[in-house]
Design a protein around this ligand. Sequence first.
Ligand SMILES: CCCCCCCCCCCCCC(=O)SCCNC(=O)CCNC(=O)[C@H](O)C(C)(C)COP(=O)(O)OP(=O)(O)OC[C@H]1O[C@@H](n2cnc3c(N)ncnc32)[C@H](O)[C@@H]1OP(=O)(O)O
Ligand SMILES: CNCCCN(C)c1ncc(F)c(N2CC(C(=O)NCc3cnc4ccccn34)C2)n1
Length: 409
Amino acid sequence: ESETSIDAIAQKVQDAMSLSKRHKFWETQPVGQFRDLGNPSLPEGPIEPPTPLSEVKQEPYNLPGPYEWITCDMDTEEMCSEVYSLLANNYVEDDENMFRFNYSKGFLQWALRPPGYYRSWHIGVRVKTSKKLVAFITGVPARIRAKDAVVNMAEINFLCVHKKLRSKRLAPVMIKEVTRRVHLENIWQAAYTAGVVLPTPISTCQYWHRSLNPKKLIDVGFSRLGARMTMSRTIKLYKLPDSPITPGFRKMELHDVPAVTRLLRGYLKQFIVAPDFDENDVEHWLLPKEDVVDSFLVESSETHDVTDFCSFYTLPSTVIGNQNYSTLKAAYSYYNVSTKTPLLQLMNDALIVAKKKGYDVFNALDVMENEVFLKELKFGPGDGQLQYYLYNYRLNQALGPSELGLVLL
Ligand SMILES: CCCCCCCCCCCCCC(=O)SCCNC(=O)CCNC(=O)[C@H](O)C(C)(C)COP(=O)(O)OP(=O)(O)OC[C@H]1O[C@@H](n2cnc3c(N)ncnc32)[C@H](O)[C@@H]1OP(=O)(O)O
Ligand SMILES: CNCCCN(C)c1ncc(F)c(N2CC(C(=O)NCc3cnc4ccccn34)C2)n1
């Protein structure tokens, strides 16, 4: 009882501190501003109208002297390796600097080349003399529905400045440049997520983790041995069957795309913000790709209908400074639909196949209907919150996580 109220107070203090913070760059941007939070009469939808394309700044923003812009062609092995290394050494770490995301090359090529992608939105900054890549930001096109409006947006991701160039106000320049290049394609809205609080989240989501390899997770410091728990008791607690239990549970294949698209479109209608996937999108984002994305469905044996679907993406983390392990193999819950198989049973089958494939942990946000299975399937709440944002699009009230049907990578 007292524990939760102390946590609640701590959260309120943190929220108040976030609201009072100066955001010299974000205060200049068409995003919900903290000062507007009390003002429910502002109209929902675009904050600024589109600019005539002739009036969009034609040339790139200025960079500090030693640096130049480079468009990163992810098709070339060399550039893909440079991007991979920049992120592997300088991208998101946890607060205690014990882990750093280690997106693979194959994952980055998948994430950055969806249907209709623009190479010009894969933006790098490099040192003019050494040609060393020191910063990166990306956009990919996405059709996203907010309430009843389907909006062409850019999904912004992989913002990264080399550790040696931090706190030099490079990030605002990167953000303005990707915004300019998105505007040139006549797109005026964006969606993005971050672990940091900025003006102004449309939703705040919580990460949950389900141990699959508890011994390794405790060894690397991801988890701690529970009070009054032994290691063998802990291993037993998280034990899973060797195979999925749902009849008709199988890997998704190319010929399933139309049925999965129908199933997913029908399911995502219930959420206030969700992607507007068509068959091309489903083929790209959800067809299994080794070590990138896994997806499974339940096909009824009598009717051959596809009644349920589950998927997760692969995002390993580098373990910083552990003698025994260098990598944490993590699966992240992606899109799941249950219409016949109980969601609990469907997700337990997802845990079973992830364990079988050697994942150490299965992560999930509390978005969509995930709360249904998080506690039941022995997920524990994580320390990371994920803030969801829209750029140049106002929603008058923040969404609860269960009103959100969007998962970014
Ligand atoms: C229409 C189209 C629109 C397209 C654009 C839509 C918007 C897209 C927005 C981007 C979506 C990205 C989605 C993802 O990739 S989220 C993942 C972000 N990447 C990392 O966390 C990797 C490790 N960290 C770094 O590489 C750097 O610390 C970064 C690059 C994050 C900041 O570099 P640095 O630490 O050297 O700081 P600075 O001195 O240059 O700049 C300080 C200013 O930057 C604001 N800041 C700090 N972190 C973030 C952040 N994660 N999103 C947005 N803004 C951020 C900060 O509030 C301050 O502004 P203000 O508070 O004074 O106002
Ligand atoms: C811009 N794209 C947003 C999604 C990127 N994603 C997956 C992400 N964004 C913020 C987070 F808070 C987060 N968390 C997963 C939870 C977790 O696993 N925490 C321990 C841990 C293990 N490895 C790492 C690496 C970095 C940070 C925490 N780490 C917290 N995930």
